[in-house]
Ligand binder design. Structure first.
Ligand code: B1M
Length: 214
C-alpha cells in the first residue's frame, strides 16, 4: 500500500497520531503536498462521507476522522502555503450559524493565507452580526462564509441583509462556498462571488480585492 493510501486508511479510522506521522513522512519523502492533500486526506474524508450517507458509519466515526483530517492539514499547512511579506488584504472567514463543519473553512483559510491574506477566523456556528463586527473591527476587505448543510446555507442571507441595513454592503466583498452552495444561490442572496473550492476561493478573493483597491 502506498503512503498516501495509508494516510487515507488511517484517516478513515480516525487515527490522528498515525495520520500526523504519515503526513510528516510523506513530506520528508518529497511527495507533492497537493497529492498528500487530495489522494491521502481528502480521499479518506470522501470515503467516510459516502459511508456516512449510506449509514455504514455514524457521527462519532465521522468526528474522529474529521479530527484526524484537521491534524493532517495542520502538518501540511506550511507546505501548501508560501506567505508573502505584506498582506494584500484582510479576510474574515467562518462557517455560518448552526453549522459546525470546519474542514472546508480551514482549507479556504490556508489557501487565502497562501494568496497573501491576513486572516480573521471567526470559527464555526457564526452569527451574521459577528462577521460584520469582526470585519468592522479589523478593517477587512472580504467576508467569506462557508456552509455545509442545506439547512444552514440560508443563514448566509442574514449577513448580507444586515450589511445592507447598516449601509455597509458596498464596503465589503462577500464570498460564499461549501458543498450545497452554488452560483445561482449566491446570486439569489446577493453575494459577490461563489467559488467551488479553496484554491479558486483564494484566486477570486485576491483578484477581487486587488481590483477594488486599484
Ligand atoms: Co456532516 N454532513 N453533519 N459532519 N458531514 C455532511 C455535510 C453531509 C453531506 C453528509 C451526508 O449526509 N452525506 C450532510 C449534509 C446533508 C445536507 O445538508 N445536504 C451532513 C449532516 C447531515 C450532518 C449532521 C446533521 C449529522 C447529524 O448530526 N445527524 C451534523 C450537523 C452538525 C452541524 O453542523 N450542526 C453533521 C456533523 C458532522 C461532524 C461533526 C461529524 C463532521 C464535521 C467535523 C468538522 O468539520 N470538524 C461532519 C463531516 C466531516 C461531514 C462530511 C463527511 C465531510 C465534510 C468535509 O469536511 N468535507 C460531509 C459529507 C461530504 O461532504 N461528503 C458531511 C471535506 C471538505 C474539504 O469539503 O467542506 O465541502 P467541504 O469544502 C470544500 C468546498 O465545499 C469548498 O472548499 C473545500 C474544498 O476545497 N468550500 C468553500 C467550503 N467552504 C467554502 C467557502 C468558500 C469557498 C469554497 O468561500 C467563502
Amino acid at each position: 500500500m502506498s503512503l498516501v493510501d495509508e494516510i487515507s486508511e488511517y484517516l478513515q479510522k480516525g487515527r490522528a497520531k498515525n495520520v500526523k506521522t504519515l503526513v510528516e513522512q510523506a513530506i520528508e519523502e518529497g511527495i507533492n503536498p497537493k497529492i498528500i492533500l487530495n489522494e491521502g486526506l481528502l480521499s479518506g474524508m470522501m470515503i467516510i462521507g459516502a459511508k456516512f450517507k449510506n449509514n455504514e458509519v455514524f457521527v462519532p466515526e465521522v468526528l474522529v476522522a474529521a479530527r484526524a483530517m484537521n491534524v493532517g492539514l495542520s502538518v501540511l499547512e506550511p507546505k501548501l502555503i508560501e506567505v508573502g511579506n505584506k498582506p494584500i488584504g484582510k479576510a474574515v472567514v467562518g462557517t455560518v450559524k448552526g453549522d459546525l463543519h470546519d474542514i472546508g473553512k480551514n482549507l479556504v483559510i490556508m489557501m487565502l493565507k497562501g494568496a497573501g491574506f491576513e486572516i480573521h477566523d471567526v470559527g464555526v456556528d457564526v452569527e451574521a452580526a459577528t462577521y460584520i463586527e469582526k470585519a468592522e473591527e479589523v478593517g477587512a476587505d472580504i467576508i467569506c462564509m462557508s456552509a455545509l448543510l442545506t439547512t444552514t446555507m440560508t443563514n448566509m442571507q442574514a449577513c448580507i441583509d444586515q450589511l445592507k441595513e447598516k449601509g455597509l454592503r458596498d464596503k465589503y466583498i462577500v464570498m460564499v462556498g461549501g458543498a450545497p452552495v452554488n452560483d445561482s444561490f449566491a446570486k439569489q442572496i446577493g453575494a459577490d462571488f461563489y467559488t467551488p473550492d479553496a484554491a479558486s476561493a483564494a484566486e477570486v478573493a485576491k483578484e477581487a480585492v486587488l481590483s477594488k483597491k486599484s
